[in-house]
Every structure is written in structure tokens, then in C-alpha cells.
Write a protein that binds this ligand. Structure first.
Ligand code: NAD
Length: 303
């Protein structure tokens, strides 16, 4: 049975990007002692100055000093490197230490990693999140937690500082749920874009179309939030990279394939985002799928 982690327990937090930075800041504000790491040393310095957190000299030292280590990295490959690479977290983590991967990693890879870490005596909880930067700042993320119930219960206070927990079941199920959610999220964004471009070309006003869709049966989280905030004002600054969304869709596709579920839509949407990533680059904003579809429209006009 894992001991409950309460402030001022030490939390190692690896990955201070668009999401990790505000999440770690909330944990510091809740009274936890933060030990942080990121490839970008400037960001690490800024975080430590802002919050009073410390930056150990190595990931091994971070593991040694932490009761729980959270990873918020691009994907499971980076997580594996940080945990099991040379001088990684696992070289220092003490018996009883807990691991939480809050990145959106591949569910299949997570199962394998959790098995490997379990053999070393350390439970891995997969706890990806939804809600974007805005909800990371507010501490109102949806947290999809898979893994051992006792380990999840032990970090209840950690999760409480970040958002609301939904238990998804066995190891890897949180990451499966996240990939499935982002399949839906990416799909409504792309299909609403396609619909809006067609309507605009016919002469309809885009803002009027969004108002009507939001009062009608075609509405979605994308039409209600992303179109007014980002697409209509052409502000491609949501804080979620196109390359990360394309990665999540590849995970959703691999999941469908692994369980032999129908993959008609996930196949098309995943290929669309892969093409957009190739055309616009991985660090384009995910909202720029709209710009990519506009480009496709312009190419069609020329043929
Ligand atoms: P990001 O690219 O902004 O941040 C990732 C951070 O990890 C960077 O600061 C990078 O320097 C660091 N990093 C990468 N490899 C590292 C390593 N080996 N060691 C130490 N640091 C390393 O990404 P993000 O938007 O913060 O997303 C993080 C994860 O959360 C991703 O899996 C993403 O899919 C997921 N996610 C993002 C959002 C969003 O709105 N941005 C929402 C939900 C989930």
C-alpha cells in the first residue's frame, strides 16, 4: 500500500512545456516541494525563480529526492528515456516512489513500460489530461487515470491541484482514453473547418455560420469554443502543437487496428493531420488544420 502523498512532499516534475509549466506551478502553489527538469535550461531557471522550486543536477538526483515523479513530455519514447535512460529517474528513485505519466503517450507502449517498471517494484500511473493550457492554468483539467487503484489513491491530493480524476481501469487505459478523445476533438475541428470553407466559398459569412451551427445540431466543443476563440480571429495560438495532435491520432489509429475496431474515420483524419504536419511543420498550432484545409481548397481551384 503506497503512503498518501500530501504537501509538502517532494514532487519531481519533468517537462515544463506549454502544459507542464502551468501544471507544475499549480503543484508548487498547493504547497508541494517541486524538483524540476526540462531540456530547455532557460525554462527551468525561469520556473525556479518564479516558484522557489529547485533543479537537481541530474534526473537520477531528481528521482532520489522525490516521493513521486510526474512526466509531462511529448510522448512515451521521451518518458522511457527520462525514466530508464542513462542517469535517468529510475537510477535514483527510492523504494515506495511513485511514477505518473501525464503525457499523451501510446497506450500500447505504456502497458509495456508499466510491466517493466512493475517488475522493478515501482507502479506507473498513466494520467493524461484534457482541457488545454487554459484548464491547466485554472486547475480544472480532466485527468484520465489508469493503473493500480492504490497508487492512484495515494496521489489524490496531487491530482486535486490539477483537475478532476476519472478512473479508466488497468494500466494504459488512461492513455487509450486520451487518444480516443483527441480523435473526436481533431475530427470535429477538421470537419467544421471543411464545412465553413465550403459555406464561405458559397458566399456565407463565417461568423454567422458559427453562430447558426452553435444554435443548431452541427455544434461541438470545436464550434462552440475553438472557432470563436481561434479560427474566426485567425489566432493560431491555442498552445497545442499540430505535431502532438497528429501523434495522438496515430495512437488512436494503432489502437483501433490492435483491437480490430472499424477505422474508417480515424484512418482518414489521422492521414489528414499527418499531411498537414508535413506541410506546416510539427510546431504549427493544431488550429492551423483550418489553414491547411484552406490551402487544399486553393490547390483545387488551380487544377
Ligand atoms: P511541449 O512541446 O510544449 O512541452 C514538452 C516539454 O518537454 C518541452 O519543454 C521539452 O523541452 C520537454 N522535453 C522533451 N523531451 C525531454 C527530455 N528528454 N527531457 C526533459 N525534457 C524534455 O508540449 P505540451 O503541449 O506541454 O504537451 C505535453 C504532453 O501533453 C504531450 O504529450 C501532449 O500531447 C499532451 N497534451 C497537450 C495539451 C496542450 O493543449 N498543449 C493538452 C493535453 C495534453
Amino acid at each position: 500500500m503506497s503512503a498518501r502523498i500530501v504537501p509538502p512532499a517532494s514532487i519531481g516534475f519533468v517537462g515544463l512545456g506549454n502544459m507542464g509549466y502551468p501544471m507544475a506551478r499549480r503543484l508548487a502553489a498547493a504547497g508541494f516541494r517541486l524538483l524540476v527538469a526540462d531540456l530547455d535550461q532557460g525554462t527551468v531557471q525561469r520556473f525556479c525563480t518564479e516558484t522557489g522550486a529547485s533543479a537537481p543536477n541530474s534526473l537520477r538526483e531528481l528521482g532520489q529526492q522525490a516521493s513521486v515523479v510526474i512526466t509531462m513530455l511529448p510522448d512515451g519514447k521521451a518518458v522511457r528515456l527520462v525514466l530508464l535512460g542513462p542517469e535517468g529517474v529510475m537510477a535514483g528513485l527510492q523504494p515506495g516512489g511513485l511514477l505518473i505519466d501525464m503525457s499523451s503517450s501510446s497506450p500500447v507502449e505504456t502497458r509495456a513500460l508499466a510491466g517493466q517498471l512493475g517488475e522493478l517494484g515501482f507502479p506507473l500511473v498513466d494520467a493524461p489530461v484534457s482541457g488545454g493550457v487554459v484548464k491547466a492554468v485554472a486547475g480544472s483539467l480532466a485527468i484520465m487515470a489508469g493503473g493500480e487503484a492504490a497508487a492512484i489513491a495515494a496521489v489524490e491530493d496531487v491530482f486535486a491541484a490539477l483537475g478532476k480524476v476519472f478512473l479508466t481501469g488497468a494500466s494504459g487505459s488512461g492513455h487509450a482514453m486520451k487518444a480516443i478523445n483527441n480523435f473526436l476533438s481533431a475530427t470535429t475541428l477538421a470537419i467544421t473547418s471543411e464545412a465553413l470553407i465550403a459555406g464561405s466559398k458559397f458566399g456565407l459569412d463565417p461568423a454567422t455560420m458559427v453562430d447558426i451551427i452553435n444554435a443548431s445540431t452541427g455544434r461541438s466543443n470545436s464550434s462552440e469554443h475553438k472557432f470563436p476563440a481561434f479560427v474566426l480571429p485567425r489566432k493560431f495560438t491555442s498552445g497545442f502543437y499540430l505535431g502532438l495532435m497528429a501523434k495522438d491520432l496515430r495512437f488512436a489509429k494503432a489502437l483501433s487496428d490492435a483491437v480490430q475496431a472499424p477505422n474508417v474515420f480515424v484512418d482518414v483524419i489521422s492521414r489528414l493531420y499527418d499531411d498537414a504536419e508535413r506541410a506546416l511543420g510539427p510546431q504549427a498550432d493544431n488550429i492551423e488544420i483550418h489553414r491547411y484545409l484552406e490551402l487544399l481548397g486553393q490547390q483545387q481551384e488551380q487544377t
